[in-house]
Ligand binder design. Structure first.
Ligand SMILES: *Cc1c(COP(=O)(O)O)cnc(C)c1O
Length: 431
């Protein structure tokens, strides 16, 4: 569900004409629909309302402070994985007691900042990490709360290996059969209160079923821990809920909720969820301009001004992003977004970027309406893991970000300049 639609063959973001906007702001450009972002947050919240969960939006999926603020205004907490993301959340005015902090490599200074901020909880990824956070809390006189991230050994076969996190022998969490021992050792700690379990099995997860398996295992563990005298008040079931990379590809929130809610009602647990891409994914598109068209062997290359440096998912995860011109003849207005479009009048092309890497591909063997130099293409479902994974490789400035609400467009991140690229290098100093 989103508000990127064609009117008379011209793409609009809500009520803003995308071509006119791109003429003013330039390309490449990340373009977000406020209504779409808020719709996904609200719909997920509604579907899981019987559990009254704390929805902690995953900042690493899309972290512009202006977008975070919109979600915080609706009551969202935040899922962070670094001190930089804590800073983003604080700059956006997120209440710090709604922030949960995961990540296998938290540094001492990040831990100090998070304790000082009074975050909701640390998701603990190892024994060594618990001991370090507890020692820092004791030394600074702070008190923190911890959830043990358990690894339920559940993997979704449809999730790319690089984004599977809930299987044994990933670097995340603690094997579930070490959890009892973990609580025996640490649950009496005075400065770091261990009162819950955290799961995050990977992303995207295209069916409710892996969640059901993981939650069932966590509930067995929680029963066991409670029977041994531990206080377990919270279960954080993580993120990974899919976005629609193709029309209708992901389960609805009602589908996820129908499977998950009954498991967790009447368990006497506070529930936390960490949705990222399902909220931000469909809320953003990447607008790029066609620079050149050339042939190579039997292939036609459409060379655009965005690439792997702006959207790395195709190169890194073989991810599919629907791509379509922003202005088309009536016959080519897409009825749905899919890898198999009805083929009349389309050309099979490779959509590639300007980076000096063969892997700099946005779409391989893709059927597209005919395009010419200067045309704009929209890369859909780019809101999540788009801008947050942008790099300056090949000394390319980061794109601008624009937020649209109805007929109003707001520049929420200016395009980087060449000076931004070299400014940190300008004053060498003895160290
Ligand atoms: C990345 C991450 C998420 C969000 O994943 P999505 O696929 O964007 O929903 C949630 N929890 C943790 C711990 C993560 O690392």
């Amino acid at each position: 569900m989103d508000w990127f639609d064609y009117r008379d063959g011209q793409l609009f973001c809500e009520d803003v004409n995308v071509d006119e906007l791109a003429a003013r702001v330039g390309t490449p450009l990340y373009l977000y629909s406020q209504r779409t972002l808020e719709h996904h947050y609200d719909a997920l919240n509604r579907a899981f309302a019987p559990l009254n969960p704390l929805l902690c939006y995953s900042i690493k999926s899309c972290g512009n402070i202006n977008l975070i603020r919109l979600l915080a205004n609706r009551g969202a907490g935040m899922d962070i994985v670094s001190g930089g993301e804590l800073y983003r959340a604080q700059q956006a005015g997120v209440p710090t007691n709604k922030i949960v902090y995961a990540g296998v490599g938290k540094t001492d200074s990040e831990i100090v900042d998070a304790l000082e901020a009074g975050i909701h909880s640390f998701n603990i990824e190892s024994e060594a990490e618990f001991e370090n956070i507890a020692a820092i809390a004791a030394a600074t006189g702070a008190t923190g709360r911890a959830m043990l991230r358990v690894n339920p050994d559940v993997a979704d076969p449809n999730t790319h290996a690089k984004t599977t996190t809930g299987a044994r022998e990933t670097k995340f969490g603690v094997d579930i059969d070490r959890a009892v021992r973990f609580f025996e050792r640490y649950s009496a700690h005075q400065h770091l209160k261990l009162t819950g379990i955290h799961l995050h099995i990977g992303s995207p997860i295209y069916s409710p079923e892996p969640y059901v398996r993981a939650i069932r295992r966590a509930l067995v563990l929680i029963d066991d821990l409670r029977s041994r005298g531990s206080t377990i008040d919270t279960l954080n079931i993580g993120g990974g809920y899919a976005a629609d990379y193709e029309s209708g590809a992901s389960p609805t929130y009602e589908d996820y909720a129908a499977a998950i809610v009954p498991l967790l009602q009447d368990q006497n647990l506070s529930i936390i969820m960490e949705p990222g891409r399902t909220i931000s994914g469909n809320a953003g598109i990447l607008i790029t301009r066609v620079q050149y068209i050339k042939t190579g062997g039997t292939k036609i290359f459409v060379i655009v001004d965005a690439g792997m440096h702006h959207l790395v998912r195709p190169a890194m995860y073989d991810a599919f992003h629907f791509i379509w011109p922003t202005h088309v003849v009536p016959d080519h207005v897409p009825a749905q977004r899919s890898a198999d479009m009805p083929n009349q009048g389309l050309d099979a092309v490779e959509v590639v970027g300007p980076i000096c890497e063969t892997g700099d591909v946005l779409a391989a063997h893709r059927a597209l309406p005919p395009v010419a130099r200067g045309d704009l293409l929209a890369v859909y479902t780019a809101g999540a893991y788009g801008m947050t994974m942008v790099s300056n490789y090949n000394a390319m400035p980061r794109p601008a970000e624009v937020l649209v609400s109805s007929d109003r467009a707001t520049l929420i991140r200016r395009r980087e300049t060449y000076d931004d690229l070299v400014a940190p290098e300008r004053d060498p100093a003895d160290v």
